[in-house]
Design a protein around this ligand. Structure first.
Ligand code: TXA
Ligand code: MG
Length: 329
């Protein structure tokens, strides 16, 4: 376990952000690749480091809910309720953007994604950055997940260093991310709440706080390009297989170099298969998911078979990531 960054390191990281550099930092979901959200040249470095298309909007991370009205033109009651209930935490709200919010973080859309993350290192960095920005109006940190475009999000500082290396000016090491999959994204810019990306916080929890059902995106919903089909993908082809089908699949693929991620133990007598046992409960499963996929991907197998988790609502975020990781293969 790495030691938590001390206040001197946090101040140094905030100064790097202030001067237009990139700082990777831990959040409770995944590691983010941060830049000053009000500095287009700094934000451009994020897109360059990730190889990400320029029109993709970024989530702006805030230190304090008091900053919300600076970024959002309208704060509907549902936004207030969700912020009060879940911030700091793994929830991103998409709201109508305030006039003056830099185009570089909105991808030219009329909305902005906002989140107060729940990780103490992230919060310390955001507060130090807001102080360093000296009362400037827009003191937020734009941060996508700190991975190359389309690849698996990092859940340790080591993942970030391995994937982005010298493209990042500083990596704050906060150990393993607790949640393990990216934040739930809810669009509140058009009246009724719409789920743009499932995560640990479920539609049922959101509905319980707002009294409104959470809809699925329709054609007019804001684009969430990270919700592209082939995303969160390892390089090795990945197939999702039901638990019932797994034994027959393994038999049919005998002779291939296989990796398996399953919530069950390997059957006795199985040979030449790299078996990774995953936690049975969703929180542990999500926490380990990306690190497990990275590990299995590095083995150079012909195929990764993932035993499909339950279809229950609390598994929606995990199932969404697995489906995307399997799409195109
Ligand atoms: O947990 C997380 O959300 C992590 C940590 C670092 O906070 N961040 C993250 O960022 O996952 P990223 O960029 O990898 O994914 C953000 C998603 C993208 O699909 C993006 O298109 C969408 O959020 N998004 C951001 N702003 C949006 C907006 N104004 N309207 C619609 N979608 C938006
Ligand atoms: Mg991402």
């Amino acid at each position: 376990m790495p030691s938590t960054p001390d206040s001197a390191e946090i101040e140094r990281a905030a100064a790097i952000l202030r001067s237009g550099g990139l700082v990777a930092f831990p959040t409770e979901t995944v590691y983010g690749l941060g830049a000053d959200a009000a500095n287009p040249a700094a934000v451009a470095k994020i897109f360059a480091a990730k190889g990400r298309p320029q029109d993709h909007p970024l989530i702006v991370h805030l230190a304090d809910v008091a900053q919300l009205p600076l970024w959002a033109a309208q704060i509907p009651p549902a936004a207030q309720q969700l912020a009060a209930a879940f911030w700091p935490g793994p929830l991103t709200l998409v709201l109508k953007r305030a006039a003056g919010v830099p185009d570089c973080v909105t991808g030219g859309q009329d909305t902005v994604g906002l989140r107060i993350p729940g990780h103490p290192v992230a919060l310390a960095l955001l507060r130090a950055f807001a102080r360093a920005a000296g009362g400037r109006r827009y003191s937020g940190v734009a941060a996508p997940s700190a991975n190359k475009f389309g690849r698996i999000s990092p859940t340790t500082a080591e993942h970030v260093r391995a994937e982005l290396g010298a493209a990042v000016d500083w990596v704050l090491d906060g150990g393993e991310c607790e949640v393990g999959i990216e934040s739930t994204i809810v669009d509140l810019s058009r009246g009724r709440p719409v789920l743009l990306r499932p995560g640990q916080i479920t539609p049922a929890q959101i509905a319980a706080m707002t009294g409104a059902e959470v809809g699925a995106p329709d054609a007019a919903a804001p684009r969430a390009p990270g919700a592209l089909d082939s995303h969160y993908a390892p390089r090795t082809p990945l197939h999702l297989v039901s638990a019932a089908e797994l034994p027959a699949r393994l038999a049919a693929l005998r002779g291939k170099k296989l990796a398996v991620l399953a919530r069950t133990e390997a059957p006795p007598g199985l040979r030449d298969v790299q078996w990774q046992a995953a936690p049975r409960a969703v929180a542990g499963y999500a926490h380990e998911l990306y690190a497990s996929l990275r590990r299995l991907d590095a083995l150079g197998c012909d195929l990764i078979l993932v035993e499909a988790p339950p279809a229950a609502p609390e598994w929606q975020g995990v199932n969404d990531r697995l489906l995307r990781a399997s799409s195109g293969t």
